[in-house]
Design a protein around this ligand. Sequence first.
Ligand SMILES: C[S@@+](CC[C@H](N)C(=O)[O-])C[C@H]1O[C@@H](n2cnc3c(N)ncnc32)[C@H](O)[C@@H]1O
Length: 173
Amino acid sequence: MERYMLRADPYLFGGGEGLRKKIPFVPSPHDVVKKMLSIADPKPDELLIDLGSGDGRMVISAARDYGCRSLGVEIDDVLIDHSRRRIQRLGLKNAEIVKADLHQFDLSDADIVTLYLLPETLKVLKPRLLNLKRGARIVSHDYRIPGLEPDEVYIVRSEKTGRNHLIYLYEID
Ligand SMILES: C[S@@+](CC[C@H](N)C(=O)[O-])C[C@H]1O[C@@H](n2cnc3c(N)ncnc32)[C@H](O)[C@@H]1O
């Protein structure tokens, strides 16, 4: 079942470190993914990382449509298997899913980081995101990084959900 609104759940997010992994899988609709990628505009020599890559749709679209190196970080085995199988079926050599905790994953090579995570998680990630290389772009679906002014805010009306989705762009200088 696909749900299309990522909501904070106090039972999942009130409990500190041990419960961080319980961010639910809620996919970004394909039309939102497309818009996020057009905003990020990955170049073929760039690396895009989707933190919490779900069913791999962002990673796959980036690799297939932009020819960039594309890497998903995911913790859920079922989602990892599903996205790896799709990548293999499509024969995408420039796409990869890594099983890892997004809080531990090294972001130093990233040119683009895409996010569909709750504010609580974005707050924890903030220092590491601010440490991305110069010129890097962060594109966040629906939630802004707490306490950080975005460079641009976009509104996309999704055909799939029938609602407006917000996309925040941050550029590292
Ligand atoms: C809201 S979904 C977003 C999926 C995808 N990025 C998209 O936009 O369609 C968040 C994803 O983060 C994954 N996740 C949750 N905690 C994680 C962790 N600690 N490390 C890696 N992935 C995690 C979930 O399994 C889920 O697939």
